[in-house]
Design a protein around this ligand. Structure first.
Ligand code: GTP
Ligand code: MG
Length: 470
């Protein structure tokens, strides 16, 4: 609700495993952080309403301008679109940073929305995240120094136990001659992506004087204290779009932090359906020249992503997909992410997006992926098996209606009608009339591929079909 400030916090899923598989440097891998930063910059470019981002390790927080109307401020949309786009970019840009390393483990992220009632709360949130960066990094720097100098993980842990910042600084300095302050700021302070206004020369007048215009530019920066007035209030975009910081923060009240960790739970003992839907796929399918009305390879790619999702998330018992959407059904008693809506939705949407980009070349060997595809996601709970079946039937009826309409529409267009003529021609026609129209083009609708007419189901074959009554 207005006037709250909206933060989407994205975080790697099982990134310790991902870091190990790719042998990232410890405690900090500069290239991995640069890749995260490149993704954050891309998010700010893609979504005009996001004006600021702060990140460290495998985490990034994105902040929308205060009066944003992005998708009517619907949390699930904002959350899933950001995490999905971030994921796609992460995979697409991987090779720019790791030329010699193949991606051997499919990365994915989860995310949640955090609402800040006032700009002071936002300031506290940013301060909390930057403190977490500092505390973790100082600890990890010491810990890995001890390991590099011969200690076992157990010994290093024991040495570090109960140490405060001051003692950790001393360990670094006295044992290893390292002054923590000289460690690169990207490690110690994290990174900020923000929008600034720069003067841009748009043209020159006849007399040679330049005509200038203020243009928004996304920049990356590091700062000792992001929540300080001295940082925030000098960036006009930040205080214009988010508000001024009135005073500096010295201490964070634990109550604030608890409110940031608030999660929306899905009703217990209900079927959870997560529906993933391609964002602006009308355009995406045009740009990538998908066959009309159905592109078999594009559908096979969607299906293969659904298989990957079903294999990854044990609690998914069934899934159904058509066109650019897929619905995943989680078992009634699932405790996945303690039934936290945003985490479940984001983890599945992100994993699906990740699979889509990684598998693209398998299905479109000759086609370049021209820009990052992304998906939105939502969660709906269905209390009974009957209602769940109604839901699935509704999606399948939609598949049939759309497919039959689109098959007729594109046949009319291929036969020479304009798009608006084809639209008018089909207005008000029923199934029977559409089937008859297709017979004029020598098409028997009922013999078209099942996948086009009925969509696709993905589930584990345990020797018996899915039965929601069980
Ligand atoms: P939002 O989901 O609201 O962002 O819009 P969208 O553009 O993704 O449209 P929507 O999800 O309502 O519909 C999916 C669109 O994807 C269709 O209208 C088609 O334009 C396109 N699409 C999906 N599958 C295919 C395909 O196999 N071939 C072609 N040519 N287009 C497809
Ligand atoms: Mg769509």
């Amino acid at each position: 609700m207005l006037p709250k400030l909206i933060v989407v916090q994205v975080e790697g899923c099982n990134f310790s495993g991902f870091f190990d598989v790719h042998e990232f440097e410890k405690p900090n891998d500069e290239r991995a952080l640069n890749l995260m930063n490149a993704c954050a910059l891309a998010v700010l470019e893609e979504f005009p309403d996001i004006v600021f981002a702060y990140g460290f390790r495998d985490e990034y927080s994105f902040i929308f301008k205060k009066d944003t109307k992005f998708y009517q401020r619907r949390a699930s949309k904002m959350n899933s679109l950001v995490v999905s786009f971030f994921t796609s970019v992460y995979i697409i840009k991987w090779k720019d940073f790791f030329v010699e390393k193949d991606m051997r483990f499919q990365p994915s992220f989860k995310s949640r929305v955090i609402c800040c009632a006032t700009v002071e709360v936002l300031q506290t949130y940013i301060s909390w995240r930057q403190r977490a960066c500092h505390v973790e990094n100082l600890y990890n720097t010491c810990f890995w120094m001890l390991i590099k100098h011969g200690k076992s993980k157990k010994e290093a842990k024991e040495m570090m136990e109960g140490t405060q910042k001051q003692e950790q600084n001393e360990i670094l300095f006295q044992l290893f001659g390292v002054n923590y302050k000289n460690i690169p700021s990207i490690f110690r302070q994290g990174s900020c992506a923000l929008k600034t206004e720069v003067e841009d020369i748009v043209k020159y007048k006849e007399n040679g004087t330049p005509v200038k215009r203020l243009k928004r530019k996304v920049i990356l920066t590091h700062s000792e204290n992001v929540s300080a007035r001295s940082f925030w209030n000098v960036h006009s975009c930040l205080h214009k779009e988010l508000g001024h910081f009135e005073r500096d923060i010295s201490k964070i009240k634990p109550d604030y932090i608890k409110s940031f960790q608030f999660e929306n739970n899905l009703m217990p003992s209900t079927w959870i359906v997560i529906r993933v839907d391609g964002c602006h796929f009308h355009r995406f399918s045009e740009v990538h020249e998908f066959e009309k009305p159905n592109d078999e390879q594009a559908l096979n790619l969607m299906n293969s992503c659904a298989v990957a999702v079903v294999e990854e998330f044990n609690d998914i018992v069934f899934s159904y997909g058509v066109s650019d959407e897929y619905s995943f059904v989680l078992k009634k008693n699932s405790c996945f992410y303690e039934r936290h809506a945003s985490e479940i939705v984001s983890a599945i949407v992100s994993f699906f997006s990740s699979a889509y980009v990684m598998k693209w070349k398998l299905y479109f060997a000759q086609k370049e992926l021209k820009y990052p595809p992304y998906f939105d996601g939502r969660a709906v709970c269905y209390p009974s098996s009957d209602i769940l079946l109604d839901y699935l039937a509704w999606r399948q009826v939609d598949c049939h209606i759309n497919n039959q309409y689109n098959t007729c529409f594109w046949m009319l267009v291929k036969s020479g009608k304009s798009k608006s003529e084809a639209q008018n021609f089909l207005k008000g026609t029923q199934t029977q009339e559409k089937n008859e129209l297709l017979t004029q083009f020598a098409i028997d609708y009922n013999t078209l591929p099942l996948m086009f007419r009925q969509g696709t189901s993905v589930f584990w074959d345990k020797g018996r079909p899915f039965n929601p009554a069980c």
